[in-house]
Design a protein around this ligand. Sequence first.
Ligand code: GRF
Length: 202
Amino acid sequence: MTHLRIGVLASHGGSNLQAIIDACSSGALDGEVCLVISNNQDSRALGRAEQHDVPAFYRSGKTHPDPQELDRQICDLLEQHDVNLVALAGYMKKVGPVTLERFGGRILNIHPALLPKYGGEGMYGLRVHQAVLEARETTTGVTIHIVDEEYDRGPVVAQCEVPVLPGDSPERLAQRVLDREHAFYVETLARVASGEINLSRL
Ligand code: GRF
């Protein structure tokens, strides 16, 4: 059993962040969110963190124009908060080499499709679900994977399926997948905390 000390990186709504915070409070997950970092000053994720007294930091190419310095800053913040797992939750930037080196193998991302399909640069938001519908898939899903230097590419930790239903619009499908993401991220983190998933073996 490992008590997870989670650092969350998020860019927008932060509904996955909220699910993780709630699971830590309810005891569904043996862990705590130690800090939230966002590259978007107006991100709802930062507001959600503040509401729950979780330290929240805005760090971006605007606050730190030098990418190496930005990477070092993010890594330092994660270290200062004694994080043992980093969870990307709708984070729209690549993780820099310093952070990858320090936390590599313990940085997870959630993606709203069954990778390796419908992932990679430019595959985010409604575009993912549009592509799934255009390909006439009958099943899509959620992937949680270890983060490496490329978008959506590292080893898969866990996947679950979500049905595509007749008449789905990208928005409707996105909502069904997002609803599933919340529980699935929490379940998967709980399996990491319990030792059932051993990240170093992936
Ligand atoms: C989710 O669909 C996640 O899979 C993707 O970005 C979205 C984030 O949503 N990476 P939220 O910010 O957690 O509400």
